[in-house]
Design a protein around this ligand. Structure first.
Ligand SMILES: C[C@@](CO)(OP(=O)(O)O)[C@H](O)COP(=O)(O)OP(=O)(O)OC[C@H]1O[C@@H](n2ccc(N)nc2=O)[C@H](O)[C@@H]1O
Ligand SMILES: Nc1ncnc2c1ncn2[C@@H]1O[C@H](COP(=O)(O)OP(=O)(O)O)[C@@H](O)[C@H]1O
Length: 291
């Protein structure tokens, strides 16, 4: 069965899960303008969905329009074209997107779409690419793409590309979606951003440490995020993911998360999803290979 945005003739349908940054520390400012980070990524069992069909004329066509993103700038199209170029294939693809994740939410929708495109087309075009090579191409598209290509919850360093897989508990998360677009570049250029958090060892994180260094700057600049944090904190300890706008709290079971979700006002949309150490994309691809 296909979803409304993906037609029945799609040959391959794959998920593009969201991620959370369970913590995010900023260690320093690099000469190229980027910031050195330490962050802990876990996937959610909630995300976008992409459909793919082979074309033998080499054309890459994304049939779904994404608000504010021109066709050729969409990370899906950019990922597909780069993979096509670097693998010298004559094949192309029709691609459809069922967009469920809020954009600019800090839950990685665009990066995850790009990673699903790389893995989906590598499968459809029968490319013999290693995970390392796909992750390398992914990094050229965005700092968060490699973790989605690898599909394992991870402690990340550098700009997010040095990944150490970790085994975390898999609680239920309530993710609230303040109705505002947060600009990642704006947050990173704020003079008040803390940029000198000392490096920590992954083990201290697994014992529950850490915070999000972007949170105070985002709270200051975006009242929608500030209000969401105040509201959710009344029910559960709440934190920002990435550079926002989404904020989240964790629960031992789905019912408890749902109960809080029902108490949020209609002006603050939210969703409940479970944390996952192996991404849904990778679980689906493993099933395909086994068939
Ligand atoms: C910080 C994170 C944590 O997951 O935030 P979210 O985007 O998820 O909220 C990401 O790594 C973001 O990755 P991504 O969204 O791909 O950022 P990019 O497009 O590469 O960068 C946008 C801009 O943010 C700044 N930037 C980004 C990442 C970084 N480590 N240091 C930076 O200074 C740079 O000014 C860059 O031009
Ligand atoms: N397929 C896509 N889905 C979402 N955003 C995309 C996509 N392709 C390009 N973009 C651009 O990337 C920006 C960041 O998107 P997204 O990954 O959703 O946010 P975040 O990095 O905060 O999690 C968007 O504002 C949009 O301009």
């Amino acid at each position: 069965m296909t979803t409304h945005a993906i037609p029945d003739h799609a040959e391959l349908i794959l998920p593009a899960p969201a991620k959370l940054n369970l913590m995010l520390h900023i260690l320093g400012h690099r000469e190229d303008g980027y910031h050195e980070l330490q962050t802990l990524f876990q996937f959610l069992d909630h995300g976008d969905e992409l459909g793919f069909a082979l074309r033998d004329d080499g054309v890459i066509h994304l049939h779904t329009a994404v608000d504010g993103v021109p066709h050729d700038s969409n990370l899906i199209v950019r990922a597909a074209r780069q993979l096509q170029e670097q693998s010298d294939t004559r094949l192309g693809a029709d691609i459809w997107l069922d967009k469920r994740l809020p954009m600019g939410g800090g839950i990685g929708g665009g990066s995850s779409d790009a990673a699903t495109t790389l893995l989906g087309l590598a499968h459809l075009w029968q490319l013999d690419w290693s995970e390392d090579r796909l992750a390398g191409l992914g990094l050229s598209l965005g700092a968060d793409v490699p973790v989605f290509v690898r599909g394992r919850a991870a402690f990340a360093e550098g700009v997010g590309e040095k990944l150490t897989p970790v085994e975390l508990t898999e609680p239920w998360f309530l993710v609230a979606v303040p109705q505002v677009l947060v600009s990642t570049a704006e947050v990173f250029s704020d003079p008040e951003l803390t940029r000198d958090t000392p490096p920590i060892k992954v083990r201290s994180l697994l014992e529950g440490g850490g915070r999000n260094d972007c949170q105070s700057v985002v709270e200051k600049r975006y009242s929608e995020v500030r209000n969401a944090l105040i509201l959710l904190n009344k029910f559960v300890p709440t934190r920002l993911t990435g550079t926002g706008a989404c904020v989240f709290g964790s629960f031992p079971n789905r019912d408890d998360a749902d109960k809080v979700a029902r108490q949020l006002p209609a002006t603050l949309p939210s969703f409940v999803a479970q944390g996952a150490n192996v991404s849904m994309l990778h679980r689906r691809l493993q099933e395909l290979v086994r068939k």
